[in-house]
Design a protein around this ligand. Structure first.
Ligand code: HEC
Ligand code: HEC
Ligand code: HEC
Ligand code: HEC
Ligand code: HEC
Length: 368
């Protein structure tokens, strides 16, 4: 009996007469789906528009390619803005990045065109994975697409106007052993955790588990450390110190790194001998992309819009192990401090060091 009152309160906060707006802000959904809102807020999806880095590059995209270039970016970074034609970003919900009401208004995803395409209808019926869901807040509809990787494909697989595949995370996954084993993107990015689907004050739900809406990826130390494994060894070879490092993409369901061509995984090995000799060498795991003239592209807006060919691809395939060998000319008897550092590099245009890269693993060893 308390329910209608609560619903009214929600609706009036939403600023509409008795119903949710279509599309609604995440804050409104979060009045009932509180735990999910909290998780989503700390996701990269929630930051897809407001991130300083994205805003900087969006400005560059507009300066270099005009309004049409900017529109391309908003298709994925402000999917609600793009779908409602709010390209000047007047409405708050357009600033929410990849927000609730976009994903839960997806009706189907088609893979038949050059790019995966979502059919979206902003209505009072929310689509989702629950078969027996009953909501007084809005109608619900079971959607098979939400339980599979297809729901992620429209933004994580992208060919630009030149036909060049800029983002290939979905197809990398599809070709991996994980897809053959029946895993989905959600298996690794939306683990089931304890939580309330809806605030118990609103309704006591029969399910006490929710899918983690934080969708952790390369900004999560935990994900990086689970994905990547390294073992190393150092031996004497005549007048040289030979260091071998075996690196492995242990659990990522796609290449490591995946996604934007500006992402890099870097391994640096340093050897500092007490005799005063210092050496360091790097290995970079990345997919370098160039424009039609062969100029390597170092900024996201060029990579997205002008990418035309792959110059080199040294990324680690799903499950791949690779041996890296380093030779340092340090003679026997000279005690040496060895250090291997691994970091994930996000973007050269990031302004702060922490937005630019994250060190996720260091190994130290003293050798004679
Ligand atoms: C098809 C969807 C799509 C389009 C179109 C798109 N992006 Fe993205 N963008 C992504 C995804 C997905 C990521 C996340 C990381 C990844 O996959 O590497 C991303 C990441 C980024 C990042 C890095 C953000 C970070 O947190 O490190 C920047 C900057 C960026 N995009 C800028 C742009 C610009 C500028 C445009 C337009 C020229 C654009 N994007 C077009 C999907 C898209
Ligand atoms: C007034 C409270 C309320 C508000 C506001 C609300 N919901 Fe719900 N929602 C519910 C309830 C109750 C359920 C049913 C839960 C259950 O069955 O366990 C539900 C279920 C859902 C489901 C599951 C549907 C399925 O079949 O899998 C989705 C998805 C969903 N809501 C999304 C949203 C989104 C997106 C918004 C904001 C636009 C929103 N909700 C706003 C109360 C609300
Ligand atoms: C078997 C587990 C697994 C599967 C399946 C999987 N991923 Fe990942 N994913 C990871 C791990 C671990 C990381 C962290 C390491 C990294 O950044 O590559 C990651 C990272 C990412 C990133 C971060 C890339 C960046 O540039 O910041 C994105 C985006 C991503 N995954 C999307 C997807 C999508 C979309 C799917 C389905 C098509 C998928 N993943 C399937 C494990 C998985
Ligand atoms: C990037 C797309 C995406 C965004 C953004 C998103 N969801 Fe979801 N949501 C999903 C998917 C996919 C599932 C189902 C996962 C599965 O079953 O494998 C889901 C499941 C749900 C469910 C059913 C219960 C559960 O956890 O399985 C509810 C309710 C829900 N989401 C509400 C929300 C709300 C509220 C927000 C915003 C705060 C939100 N979602 C943002 C994709 C999204
Ligand atoms: C509407 C477009 C859209 C959809 C649908 C979408 N994503 Fe994303 N995703 C993005 C964008 C844009 C970013 C980059 C945000 C940024 O950093 O600026 C991103 C970033 C990510 C990241 C990187 C997280 C990190 O640590 O940086 C992961 C992982 C991810 N998405 C997984 C998924 C999964 C899994 C699904 C499907 C359940 C999905 N996404 C559906 C647009 C989307």
């Amino acid at each position: 009996m308390l329910l209608p009152l609560l619903l009214l309160a929600v609706a009036s906060h939403a600023g509409s007469a008795g119903v949710l707006e279509t599309p609604s802000s995440a804050e409104v959904c979060g009045r009932c789906h509180r735990s999910i809102l909290e998780a989503w807020k700390s996701s990269s999806h929630a930051q897809a528009m407001e991130s300083r880095l994205f805003q900087d590059v969006l400005d560059l995209a507009e300066a270099d390619f005009g309004a049409a270039g900017r529109k391309v970016c908003l298709e994925c970074h402000s999917p609600v803005g793009a779908r409602t034609g709010d390209f000047s970003l007047v409405r708050k919900v357009s600033w929410e990045g990849v927000t609730c009401d976009f994903c839960h208004s997806i009706q189907s995803v088609s893979m038949s065109g050059p790019n995966p395409k979502a059919t979206v209808a902003f209505t009072l019926t929310k689509t989702g994975p629950l078969k027996d869901s009953e909501s007084t807040g809005h109608a619900t509809a079971f959607s098979n697409v939400h339980t599979t990787s297809l729901v992620c494909a429209p933004c994580h697989e992208y060919r630009n106007a030149l036909g060049f595949p800029v983002l290939t995370t979905y197809s990398e996954f599809k070709n991996s052993v994980y897809a053959k084993e029946g895993k989905e993107c959600q298996s690794c990015h939306m683990s089931r955790v304890a939580g309330d689907v809806v605030d118990p004050k609103i309704r006591r739900s029969s399910v006490a588990k929710i899918n983690l809406h934080q969708m952790p990826g390369s900004h999560s130390l935990e994900q990086l450390n689970s994905a990547f494994k390294a073992q190393w060894n150092a031996v004497r070879e005549g007048n040289q110190l030979k260091v071998t490092v075996e690196v492995a993409n242990q659990t990522a369901g796609h290449y490591l790194p995946t996604g934007s061509p500006l992402r890099q995984l870097v391994l640096e090995v340093r050897a500092d001998s007490y005799g005063g000799q210092h050496f360091s060498e790097e290995r970079v795991y990345a997919r370098k992309v160039a424009d039609q003239h062969g100029t390597v592209l170092m900024r996201e807006h060029f990579a997205f819009l002008r990418g035309a060919k792959v110059v080199s691809d040294t990324r680690l395939a799903p499950g791949e192990r690779r041996m890296e060998t380093f030779h340092f000319p340090i003679p026997a008897g000279s005690q040496t401090q060895l250090k291997a550092t691994f970091w994930y590099y996000y973007s050269p245009l990031a302004r702060t060091e922490s937005q630019k890269r994250i060190v996720f693993l260091t190994l130290n060893r003293l050798v004679q």
